[in-house]
Design a binder for this molecule. Structure first.
Ligand code: GL4
Length: 824
């Protein structure tokens, strides 16, 4: 401990240039972070060296998004120096919790997709898998959300302003990134046509490395994030022409590429700068991967034995064309050889079947910005369509009928003709990869049967499932110390590395003393949240209420509106004196809406309007409260999830690819009210469906309802409570003086076809909520179920998910000495 104290003081003085006697929390946080980084870097260097020494096959995880959140506490726990640090900082006059508050969330992603990438890096580090995360270091991460007059207002997330003590910026290792320009043809010595791309503009990519430690194993992997730097300083023209200001303007223009994260989840933004970001990221990453590969290899055909590249959704899919370009134009390989290398190296994960999220890029834009890549894509397509024709005409074409060949070719083509001629990035990713995976069982089945059914017939082996998982380090051990300590006192700490060990809790569910201790831990977390809400929102929570929580991005398919209709109905029953047996509850909502997503923003407004009305009504507010948590983010989730008793997972069946919040809640002992959707289905199977509150129509039932003509008006006219709730929303009951404010929301349900079947599931949802309320009154039974929920969550560890990727897709093994956890 004395060593750590000394290091902290030394960093305050020599790294931060401050007086250690002036007790600034900001300085001491930064100094502590630097002292922790010192303790990671040796192991990071050893880890990287061991990959070379052992010629390990490496895994590269390419993701335009990461959501690491805060690093301090997680890193202290991984290093096993949490207690030491707590004592050291307390000696220096600080509480560790307060210092941790100084850190800004690294919010380089939108939601589940980015957070999954961060959980996966944690698991690769813990399992000892030679992995690298690659991404972009956006100067501005996901926007900061404030609620003003009930509405979302976005503020810039200038997270870099306070510096980032975790990152090493490597300004000496810059990679060139080229755009525009033209393609020249030439003939090689064997008379073959060759191509050279001479680019117009050049930008530089600078690596920033963040260290990702494994749990208690000395294995530290790298997350390399690229930042755009102008090459103007290196341009001699600049000195010659003397156009100083012009050059500076160009520099600023270039550096725009990594300025800001696109804040849309599952909505395609299709903007030129976004494509630039994608290519910028991809080319720098591929150059870096090949640089490392070429240190030990000359023969490019060995690439797939040494390198696995996982594409996190289609965002980095242009990597396939980029690797082809390098192999063809720079290594001068033949097409077939190059293509084999590509397909064997790449694998692609699909994260959504929502059509509005599937990426396409206009051919005209690609032709201009990346002319050589566009040529390559055309050539991939031509060869692929010939192959489709061959398979379709072959004897064993199964269901492929060559009479439909033209239609089949149109459907699977990389090029879509309408509304504008564009490249379908998902098709490029599928054709260019040896593995395509969904992220939960149902999602994968839907990929095979609906979205990519043609590809499933063409390549029956390619599409596979890898159900998502979450890291128990952050989402149980670090976020929920009261519960973790209780668990550890009964079954030891092995569950942190091997989550299946939680099954040892099962017999304890029958032990009244253990149940009481479990409730006490939950109450402690509820009180912590209470203190936090008081500080931040100046609101007093009732900890004896059932804490009912719905936090995630705001999206119509996630059906926050269904939850809101339940709240309004409960409000009406209480007002009308029809709810004598109502179980008191506080309903929490939280989540960001894409700034361009009108309906999602209006939903936020409606939630806040209902909250204001309900909370101000003294007839009901001792029994029902509604809280909107502004600026939902990773660190907020870490506070809220441990305090949650009821987890809302109520998406329209078939629409939530997996969900990962669902897993975090159950792992922390919340009971789930949810639909037959995503990984919630597998959770119900693992836990026992009777221990959750599952309701609503299944995916196939919704399909047939749609086919037979779904009429939301029937539900409206047939259900008095539903009608009352919708009429109130449409009138100005929650928006005094602003008649019609929420009419778009209601009209969307009644006259817009209710695409997400809110009305169809309303009655069943109410029934399930009634069951929840009743069960909560029986605290012994509630607690028993809570314990069993957590005990059966072992499968949903990201360690299990990553082990499956490693075995079934990447063909990589953990580093020697790390298979069983602890390293040397
Ligand atoms: C998402 C899915 O919506 C979500 O269900 C899933 O858990 C997550 C990680 O696989 O990916 N897809 C997109 S796009 N954003 C997500 O959060």
């Amino acid at each position: 401990m004395e060593g750590l104290k000394k290091d902290v003081i030394r960093h305050v003085v020599s790294s931060l240039g401050s007086d250690y006697a002036s007790k600034s929390a900001y300085n001491y946080y930064n100094a502590l972070a630097l002292a922790v980084r010192d303790r990671l870097i040796d192991n990071w260097i050893k880890t990287q060296r061991s990959y070379y020494d052992e010629k390990a096959k490496r895994v590269y995880y390419l993701s335009l998004e990461y959501l690491p959140g805060k690093s301090l506490m997680n890193n202290l726990h991984c290093l096993g120096i949490y207690e030491t640090a707590r004592k050291a900082m307390s000696d220096l006059g600080f509480s560790l919790e307060d210092l941790a508050e100084q850190e800004w969330d690294a919010g380089l992603g939108n939601g589940g997709l980015g957070r999954l990438a961060s959980c996966f890096l944690d698991s690769m580090a813990t399992l000892g898998i030679p992995g690298y995360g690659y991404g972009i270091r956006y100067d501005y991460g996901i926007f900061h959300q404030v609620i003003e007059d009930g509405k979302q207002v976005e503020q810039a997330d200038n997270w870099m302003r306070v510096g980032n003590p975790w990152a090493y910026e490597r300004g000496q290792h810059l990679f060139p990134v080229r755009f525009f320009g033209e393609v020249k043809n030439w003939t090689d010595e064997y008379g073959r046509l060759r191509h050279t791309w001479t680019a117009g503009d050049t930008v530089l990519a600078m690596p920033c490395d963040m260290l990702v430690p494994g749990w208690d194993n000395h294995h530290v992997i790298n997350m390399r994030l690229w930042s755009a730097r102008s090459d103007v300083e290196f341009d001699l023209d600049f000195f010659n022409t003397g156009n100083y200001l012009g050059a500076v303007e160009e520099k600023i223009f270039d550096e725009k590429i990594s300025k800001v994260l696109y804040p849309s989840d599952q909505i395609e933004e299709g903007r030129e700068l976004r494509l630039k970001q994608q290519y910028f990221f991809v080319t720098a990453t591929i150059q870096d991967i090949l640089r490392r590969f070429r240190k030990k290899h000359q023969d490019m055909t060995e690439l797939p034995q040494s390198v696995a590249i996982q594409l996190n959704d289609t965002h980095p899919a242009i990597a396939i064309a980029e690797l082809m370009r390098i192999l063809l134009d720079e290594d001068l390989l033949d097409w077939e050889v190059a293509w084999d290398i590509c397909v064997s190296t790449f694998a692609y994960t699909n994260h959504t079947i929502l059509p509005e999220a599937l990426e396409t890029w206009p051919v005209s834009l690609l032709e201009r910005m990346l002319p050589r890549h566009m040529q390559i894509i055309y050539e991939i397509n031509a060869r692929f369509l010939r192959e489709v024709e061959r398979v379709a005409r072959s004897e064993d074409c199964g269901q492929l009928c060559h009479r439909d060949l033209d239609h089949l070719k149109q459907r699977v083509s990389l090029i879509q003709e309408r509304p504008i001629k564009s490249v379908r990035m998902a098709h490029l990713a599928i054709i260019g990869s040896h593995s395509v995976n969904g992220v939960a069982a149902l999602h994968t089945e839907l990929l095979k049967a609906r979205v990519f059914d043609d590809f499933q017939r063409l390549y029956p082996q390619k599409i596979n499932n890898k159900t998502n998982g979450v890291t128990p380090r952050r989402w149980l051990w670090s976020a929920n110390q009261p519960l973790s300590r209780l668990i550890a006192s009964h079954i030891g700490t092995g569950f942190v590395r091997n989550l299946d060990e939680l099954t040892q809790l099962e017999p304890l569910a029958a032990d009244p003393a253990f149940r009481e201790a479990w409730r006490a831990a939950k109450l402690e977390n509820k009180q912590r949240l209470q203190a936090y809400i008081k500080r931040k929102l100046m609101r007093e929570l009732h900890t004896e209420h059932l804490f009912d929580v719905h936090i995630k991005r705001i999206h119509e398919y996630k059906r926050q509106v269904l939850n809101l209709l339940h709240v309004v109905t409960a409000y009406n029953r209480l007002r009308h004196g029809q709810a004598a047996d109502f179980t008191p509850r506080t309903v929490f909502f939280g989540g960001k809406a894409a700034p361009s997503y009108f309906m999602a923003k209006r939903i936020i407004h409606a939630i806040n309007a209902v909250a204001a009305t309900v909370n101000a009504d003294s007839r009901v507010n001792d029994k029902l409260q509604v809280v909107y948590l502004p600026n939902y983010c990773v660190s907020q989730a870490e506070r809220v999830i441990p305090a949650t008793e009821l987890s809302e997972q109520i998406s329209t069946a078939g629409m939530e690819a997996s969900g990962t919040g669902n897993m975090k809640f159950a792992l922390n002992g919340a009971l789930t009210i949810g639909t037959w959707d995503g990984a919630t289905i597998e959770m119900a199977q693992a836990i026992g469906p009777e221990l959750l509150f599952i309701f609503g129509m299944r995916e196939d039932e919704l399909v047939s309802l749609r086919q037979h003509g779904y009429n939301p008006m029937l539900y409206y006219h047939g259900d008095e409570e539903l009608r009352e709730a919708l009429d109130m929303l449409r009138s100005d009951a929650f928006s005094p003086g602003q008649h019609g404010l929420f009419a778009p929301l209601v009209d969307n349900l009644l006259h817009g076809g209710d695409r997400f079947f809110v009305l169809a599931d309303y009655r069943q949802y109410l029934g399930a909520q009634q069951d929840v309320g009743r069960l909560y009154l029986d605290q012994e039974e509630w607690t028993r179920r809570s314990i069993l929920n957590a005990a059966r969550m072992g499968f949903f560890s990201s360690d299990r998910a990553i082990s499956q990727y490693a075995r079934e897709i990447w063909d990589v093994a953990p580093m020697a000495g790390l298979q069983n956890g602890k390293g040397a």
